[in-house]
Design a protein around this ligand. Sequence first.
Ligand code: SF4
Length: 313
Amino acid sequence: MIVYGPIPSRRLGQSIGINNIPPKTCSYSCVYCQLGRTNHMTIKRRAFYEPEEICREAETKLQQLEAENRRADYFSFVPDGEPTLDVNLGKTIKLVKPYGVKIAVITNASLLWMDEVKEDLMQADWVSVSIDAADEDTWRKVDRPHGLLEHQDILNGIIDFSKAYKGTLVTETMLVENVNDHAACIERIAEQLARVCPSKAYLLVPTRPPAEASVRRPSTACLKETVGIIRAISGAEVECITGDEEEEGFFFTENIASDLLGIAAVHPIREDIVSTLLEKRNAEDRSILNELLEQGRIIEFTYEGRKFYRRKI
Ligand code: SF4
């Protein structure tokens, strides 16, 4: 299953996920990644799934929603890795667009120095690019990039893209305590943001089980200071996403096992949310969940005292 959800998102409303990259193929291996460490590290774009297959699944998902009198705000490319590694990304966007649902892509921006990646993303309505650091040392510590990537090329690629892109461009900075939350590091990020001029600069903290157990969220005081520095230097509108905002309103069809697997593949899901969803579908005996756990298709995790489920990669 490539198309999943929709999952609720503070930024995108009800967003149907498109998982166009198999686990876990990425150009980075971020310390905070909720999918665990990257086991297929690459910067080579290639085909993964047939765009027509993705399109068929997207259509089916829209039909399921319509049958329940629900609608989606976005199709969002949020896969098990970096979406721009898919050489068919542009073609897939073109095929899905006629359905009349806006298209979002959340990218780590590592390939934005490539013209063909810029061209693919130009077709999306909303693009989020990661800027976790604007100095090379911190970038290497937090994002742990592929060895052939050049940080300056990426920063320049983001700026070039921002000048040409006509849709809504936002940035995403994941803050990790004692890694990229120092004032000097934040100032450099803010200077980069001033060049990019995003519609909004989102600051995130790790709220789901990260790749490295040592990863911690910065303190509230540090976050407040960070917001102040970024606003003052970049002039950008800043918004913090720090926790439970996106956990309401998940959608399950009759095929609960398939829905759970689809969402948990890219979005570790809290135990209380799963329980509520099972109750809504009158499946409160939890046998579906227990079966997936026994089969080893879903794994249980605890993070910050809360239990989560994630698909086994
Ligand atoms: S957080 Fe995104 S960019 Fe970083 S390793 Fe995970 S999938 Fe790749």
